[in-house]
Design a protein around this ligand. Sequence first.
Ligand code: PRP
Ligand code: URA
Ligand code: MG
Length: 216
Amino acid sequence: MSSEPHKNVFLLPQTNQLLGLYTIIRDRDTKRPDFIFYSDRIIRLLVEEGLNHLPVTPRTVETATNQIFRGVSFLGKICGVSIVRAGESMEQGLRECCRSVRIGKILIQRDEETALPKLFYEKLPDDIADRYVFLLDPMLATGGSAMMATDVLIKRGVKPERIFFLNLICSPEGIENYHSKFPNVKIVTGAIDACLDENKYLAPGLGDFGDRYYCI
Ligand code: PRP
Ligand code: URA
Ligand code: MG
């Protein structure tokens, strides 16, 4: 796992398996059931990678063969925060790894004309400032929505170094915008695309993630 070429960006290993999953979800002809199934597989990999970054403490157990095993256990509490709507698609993957995890929601919508984000609603765990936060949104395009959501978290007392932003695809421009404001937030992603198109969509991208996962 490398954080090059961007500091605090952790790109999943670009294996043929991962490339195959992205090929399916990027294909415009892929129908919703397959789009959901293969996106969910990528989401699971992102969550597993995010968990790798959490701090641990040594823990020794006795095995069923009466031996000692020196392992670790996680230190600290986590929660998820999804940026509604598309980010909600990542909640189940987090729950599959972290049973009964608390999940907060921030409703931010990007204006379809200007691509500027607008904040409508937030509902977060009361003790979020004491937790490691997995911020969930599959798309990082201009970075505006993620920056707005991160501002909300920081105003609630979450330290930037405790935030892990999990996403399926990001743009170089989005990473730069985001990290110019929040250099200590770790971005865990599966793909860094070439650029944004004239509508501020990721290119090559996959179109509107929320529409493809929930609607069309
Ligand atoms: C999408 C996506 C991100 C945002 C990314 O959401 O899920 O939240 O756009 O774009 P940005 O980096 O330029 O801000 P959208 O507002 O379309 O809402 P949706 O989840 O309902 O599709
Ligand atoms: N939102 C999406 O769903 N896709 C993009 O490419 C950009 C924003
Ligand atoms: Mg959308």
